[in-house]
Design a protein around this ligand. Structure first.
Ligand code: TYC
Length: 105
Protein backbone atom coordinates (compact mmCIF):
# COMPACT_ATOMS: atom_id res chain seq x y z
CA UNK A 1 0.00 0.00 0.00
CA UNK A 2 1.30 3.51 -0.84
CA UNK A 3 1.45 6.25 1.82
CA UNK A 4 -1.26 8.05 -0.12
CA UNK A 5 -3.47 4.95 -0.22
CA UNK A 6 -3.03 4.37 3.50
CA UNK A 7 -5.85 6.42 4.98
CA UNK A 8 -4.33 6.32 8.48
CA UNK A 9 -0.52 6.24 8.44
CA UNK A 10 -0.36 5.55 12.18
CA UNK A 11 -2.23 2.27 11.62
CA UNK A 12 0.53 1.08 9.28
CA UNK A 13 2.08 -1.19 11.94
CA UNK A 14 4.02 -4.41 11.58
CA UNK A 15 1.70 -7.35 12.20
CA UNK A 16 4.16 -10.25 11.74
CA UNK A 17 7.54 -10.99 13.30
CA UNK A 18 10.00 -12.61 10.91
CA UNK A 19 12.44 -13.21 13.77
CA UNK A 20 10.40 -16.02 15.29
CA UNK A 21 11.14 -18.12 12.22
CA UNK A 22 14.92 -17.61 12.49
CA UNK A 23 17.34 -20.04 14.11
CA UNK A 24 18.32 -18.91 17.61
CA UNK A 25 21.54 -16.89 17.77
CA UNK A 26 24.67 -18.72 18.91
CA UNK A 27 27.12 -17.62 21.58
CA UNK A 28 30.81 -18.44 22.06
CA UNK A 29 32.12 -19.32 25.51
CA UNK A 30 35.57 -17.70 25.54
CA UNK A 31 38.24 -18.92 27.96
CA UNK A 32 40.81 -16.32 28.98
CA UNK A 33 44.47 -16.99 29.64
CA UNK A 34 46.05 -16.29 33.02
CA UNK A 35 49.43 -17.03 34.58
CA UNK A 36 48.26 -19.39 37.34
CA UNK A 37 45.63 -21.90 36.20
CA UNK A 38 47.43 -25.19 35.42
CA UNK A 39 47.39 -26.32 31.79
CA UNK A 40 46.09 -29.75 32.83
CA UNK A 41 43.13 -28.15 34.61
CA UNK A 42 42.14 -26.14 31.51
CA UNK A 43 42.44 -29.29 29.39
CA UNK A 44 40.20 -31.13 31.89
CA UNK A 45 37.59 -28.33 31.75
CA UNK A 46 37.58 -28.47 27.96
CA UNK A 47 37.06 -32.24 28.05
CA UNK A 48 34.53 -32.43 30.90
CA UNK A 49 32.41 -29.31 30.31
CA UNK A 50 32.93 -28.64 26.60
CA UNK A 51 33.05 -32.32 25.51
CA UNK A 52 36.36 -32.05 23.60
CA UNK A 53 38.63 -35.04 23.02
CA UNK A 54 41.98 -34.90 24.84
CA UNK A 55 43.70 -33.90 21.59
CA UNK A 56 41.16 -31.15 20.83
CA UNK A 57 41.29 -29.89 24.43
CA UNK A 58 45.10 -29.67 24.44
CA UNK A 59 45.10 -27.79 21.12
CA UNK A 60 42.50 -25.26 22.35
CA UNK A 61 44.28 -24.84 25.71
CA UNK A 62 47.63 -24.16 23.98
CA UNK A 63 45.99 -21.66 21.62
CA UNK A 64 44.52 -19.79 24.62
CA UNK A 65 47.89 -19.92 26.41
CA UNK A 66 49.66 -18.44 23.37
CA UNK A 67 47.03 -16.00 22.07
CA UNK A 68 45.35 -14.88 25.31
CA UNK A 69 41.87 -16.24 24.67
CA UNK A 70 40.02 -18.84 22.66
CA UNK A 71 36.64 -20.40 21.94
CA UNK A 72 35.79 -23.33 24.21
CA UNK A 73 32.43 -23.97 22.56
CA UNK A 74 29.44 -22.42 20.78
CA UNK A 75 25.85 -22.86 21.99
CA UNK A 76 22.45 -21.20 22.32
CA UNK A 77 22.58 -18.50 25.00
CA UNK A 78 21.19 -20.49 27.96
CA UNK A 79 23.62 -23.38 27.43
CA UNK A 80 26.59 -21.03 26.91
CA UNK A 81 25.73 -19.22 30.17
CA UNK A 82 25.39 -22.50 32.08
CA UNK A 83 28.75 -23.79 30.81
CA UNK A 84 30.43 -20.50 31.73
CA UNK A 85 28.95 -20.77 35.26
CA UNK A 86 30.09 -24.41 35.57
CA UNK A 87 33.58 -23.49 34.39
CA UNK A 88 33.95 -20.68 36.93
CA UNK A 89 32.52 -22.83 39.75
CA UNK A 90 34.89 -25.73 38.97
CA UNK A 91 37.88 -23.37 38.78
CA UNK A 92 37.04 -21.56 42.04
CA UNK A 93 36.36 -24.85 43.85
CA UNK A 94 39.95 -25.82 43.11
CA UNK A 95 41.42 -22.38 43.78
CA UNK A 96 42.15 -21.40 40.17
CA UNK A 97 41.56 -17.89 38.75
CA UNK A 98 40.42 -19.12 35.29
CA UNK A 99 37.91 -16.71 33.75
CA UNK A 100 35.53 -16.97 30.85
CA UNK A 101 33.05 -14.79 29.00
CA UNK A 102 30.06 -15.37 26.73
CA UNK A 103 29.84 -13.37 23.53
CA UNK A 104 27.57 -13.47 20.51
CA UNK A 105 29.12 -15.49 17.66
N1 TYC B 1 48.84 -19.83 31.07
C1 TYC B 1 48.55 -20.96 31.94
C2 TYC B 1 49.86 -21.58 32.42
O1 TYC B 1 50.91 -21.31 31.87
C3 TYC B 1 47.71 -22.02 31.24
C4 TYC B 1 46.35 -21.54 30.85
C5 TYC B 1 45.83 -21.85 29.59
C6 TYC B 1 45.56 -20.80 31.75
C7 TYC B 1 44.57 -21.44 29.22
C8 TYC B 1 44.30 -20.38 31.38
O2 TYC B 1 42.53 -20.31 29.76
C9 TYC B 1 43.80 -20.70 30.13
N2 TYC B 1 49.78 -22.42 33.45
Amino acid sequence: MTEQGNANATANIQTTTSTELDEPSKYNVILLNDDYTPMDFVTEVLMDIFRKTKEQAEAVMLKIHEEGKGVAGTYVFEIAEQKAIETTAKARSQGHPLNCTVEKE
